[in-house]
Design a binder for this molecule. Structure first.
Ligand code: HEM
Length: 424
């Protein structure tokens, strides 16, 4: 989580300093560097950290190997900055070398997740998402390495832009969507005191995504326009099924008021559904679908995915899980031996409410700026996003501080929360 926050600061800082990057074609090396700073630096780092901590809780077992997790952190920590530098300077040998470190780390992560799930003997959609999402991540990084090698020698007889699209969707749909379509159904009931009333839409969502992506990836790679649109539609339907499952789960909640973290998580899920519809429209054979800058194009799609979907979904969920995990680590062992602060008192909700709101508002100028190539709006959106990120980071760093400086005297108890209880 800490490394993810460092990358969040770096990626939003880079965007604030170079907002003009979003006005370039998305295949520009600077844009690809920025993309990987966001997806590999922030989103993948946080998602893997969350899996290491929450998969054992969700599966009722222990993590197979903490040591492999530390190796992954080290390899990822070294590999991603080198990769971003490799993209930025378009130094393909550098990219390949550091990308290999990232790939080895991702492989360790996947094996750890698979063995942990296997030992739990669970076979529900949450367990399946913890098998499938790491598998897609392994495929994504391997294809990424292949693309880097292909950029040097052009040995694959296909359009590099089409291959890029296949790789991007393997990561975005295969890893992030699959993970969210599974683990959300453990996290949301846990944080809202609800339950999943019917697993059928959850299962349909998860498996339709797998079917859609299995068709979408080759269709994108080989420029089969009609097939791309068809499989993109399957992914849209899968998101609708998961959304329906989520709405039904939320309807059972006992905690009626949703706190800011969860509200933004849900906004992020809606943003991802909107992005899926945009992706489907872009895939239609009647839409030009080139990679030139300006207009309704892949860059609009990318901004909606990153700033309108993944950022609120993952940032919002971090506001819930980071205090919970920090409390478990810093104060859990002290329960029964003395007073401990309630988990809910670790965060300062106003900070992340302001932060997430500013980030959400920033999506409008960013999308408009990308569409109409308006540099002033791009700059305004990028700065708004960076300021919002600053608030979010300030809150989460304050929570993480309890790990190395735990409170020795009890914090003022929150009304209605047991003094020693974990309040999700
Ligand atoms: C070892 C890890 C990885 C390597 C070596 C790698 C490599 C690459 C390369 C070479 C490209 C540009 C392709 C071209 O121009 O021909 C690219 C684009 C892209 N990659 Fe990766 N990648 C990796 C991991 C990931 C992951 C995990 C994700 C998402 C979860 C991801 C998402 C993307 C996206 C969205 C693009 C398109 C960027 C744009 O159009 O601006 N990559 N990657």
């Amino acid at each position: 989580m800490g490394l993810g926050l460092v990358w969040l600061a770096a990626a939003s800082g880079l965007l604030a300093l170079q907002p003009g990057l979003l006005g370039l074609p998305h295949v520009h090396p600077g844009v690809i560097a920025l993309t990987h700073a966001w997806v590999l630096g922030f989103f993948v780092t946080v998602a893997c950290g969350a899996v290491y901590q929450l998969a054992p809780v969700a599966l009722g077992t222990t993590l197979w190997s903490e040591r492999a997790g530390w190796w992954h952190l080290g390899l990822h920590g070294m590999g991603v900055p080198g990769m971003v530098a490799g993209f930025w300077t378009w130094n393909l040998p550098l990219l390949g070398a550091f990308g290999t470190l990232v790939a080895v780390g991702v492989f360790l992560f996947a094996v750890n997740a698979w063995v942990t799930v296997r030992r739990s003997r669970k076979t529900d959609p949450v367990a399946w998402s913890l098998i499938l999402a790491p598998a897609w991540l392994v495929v994504t990084v391997l294809v990424g390495l292949l693309l880097a090698a292909n950029r040097a020698t052009f040995f694959i007889p296909a359009d590099p832009v089409a291959l890029l699209r296949a790789h991007a969707h393997l990561g975005l749909v295969g890893f992030f969507a699959t993970l969210l379509q599974g683990v959300s159904f453990r996290l949301v009931p846990m944080f809202t005191l609800g339950e999943v009333p019917n697993w059928r839409p959850v299962k349909s969502g998860l498996w339709l995504t797998q079917a859609g992506l299995l068709g979408l990836a080759p269709a994108l790679a080989f420029h089969w326009r009609a097939a791309s649109a068809l499989f993109a539609f399957v992914v849209v339907v899968s998101f609708a099924a998961s959304g329906w499952g989520l709405a039904r789960t939320l309807a059972t909640r006992k905690k009626r008021a949703l706190d800011p973290g969860l509200k933004f998580f849900l906004c992020g899920m809606a943003g991802l559904a909107l992005a899926a519809v945009i992706g489907f429209v872009l895939a239609l054979p009647t839409v030009p679908g080139g990679s030139a800058a300006g207009g309704f194009n892949a860059m609009v799609y990318g901004v909606v995915i990153v700033a309108g979907g993944l950022l609120p979904a993952i940032g919002g969920m971090m506001c819930k899980i980071v205090p919970f995990l920090v409390w478990m680590r810093a104060y859990g062992p002290k329960v029964g031996r003395g007073p401990t602060p309630p988990a809910g008192s670790l965060a300062r909700p106003w900070l992340h409410r302001v932060g997430l709101t500013l980030q959400w508002i920033a999506v409008a100028p960013l999308v408009y700026g990308v569409w109409f190539l308006d540099i002033e709006l791009l700059r305004a959106g990028a700065w708004l996003l960076a300021i919002g990120v600053g608030f979010l980071i300030a809150d989460l760093v304050g929570v993480l501080r309890h790990l190395w400086r735990p409170l020795t005297a009890p914090a003022a108890p929150l009304r209605g929360v047991a003094r020693t209880g974990v309040s999700p």
